[in-house]
Design a protein around this ligand. Structure first.
Ligand code: CA
Length: 230
């Protein structure tokens, strides 16, 4: 199982990131400062580290330096403050693999992490899934039905991705809001219903096919078997 380490001193953001990565099926550990992060990584090696740069005691730059000095090339994605271009350049020059500028969407966060993991652990994450007449390319964020492309918005694709990667599981509207819009999402549960309705239309779903089942009052679930498609 892919193990991730989140080093972030802001408790709310840390919890949000840990929850979302856990939901994606990763094993996740969290640390609240640089030193704790390094120790956690030494105790159990992470496959990828999410590293805030501005941390108490030992900052993110020092953490990257320590790792690279020890010849540890674990992928690192930095979280940086808006406008601190020099920080990003510095972090990348020290050997970070990618960065996200705060505030970022959970959607983008998860997508970037998966992109890095696909590069570094190509066998562990499928790049495409197949379900019935549908094929989903998770890297290109494209969906096809009987080889014809479907015109989905990024948000619709993200909703679809959540449903198909957890086929059979019923997602509440709140969960879908958190996963596809982020924690301080302004849209209401009704927004989810509207997006799901559009998605079903684009998929050619109907009551008979019932690909995305509405589970009375609870939420939504993908009903077909989903398999990797390499
Ligand atoms: Ca910080």
């Amino acid at each position: 199982m892919t193990h991730l380490l989140v080093v972030e001193d802001e408790p709310n953001l840390r919890q949000l990131l840990v929850n979302n990565l856990g939901f994606e099926g990763f094993s996740v550990e969290a640390a609240e400062d640089g030193l704790a992060g390094l120790l956690a990584h030494r105790a159990r090696r992470a496959d990828l580290i999410v590293l805030d740069l501005m941390l108490p005691h030992m900052d993110g730059f020092q953490v990257i330096q320590e790792l690279r000095k020890a010849n540890d090339h674990v992928p690192v994605i930095m979280l940086t403050a808006r406008g601190s271009e020099s920080d990003r350049v510095h972090g990348l020059s020290l050997g970070a693999d990618d960065y996200l500028v705060k505030p970022f969407s959970v959607l983008e966060f998860v997508a970037r992490i998966k992109a890095i993991l696909r590069r570094t652990h190509p066998l562990e994450l499928p790049t495409a899934l197949r379900s019935g007449a549908y094929r989903f390319d998770l890297t290109a964020m494209e969906a096809h039905r009987e080889n014809r492309p479907l015109d989905l918005t990024p948000r619709e694709f993200r909703l679809l991705e959540i449903l198909i990667t957890h086929a059979g599981y019923t997602h509440s509207r709140t969960e879908l809001l958190e996963q596809a819009w982020g924690a301080d999402a302004r849209p209401t549960p009704r927004t989810v219903d509207v997006h799901i309705a559009n998605l079903r239309k684009k998929l050619g779903d109907d009551e008979k096919k019932n690909l995305i089942a509405t589970v009375g009052g609870e939420g939504y679930r993908w009903t077909l078997l989903v398999e990797p498609d390499h």
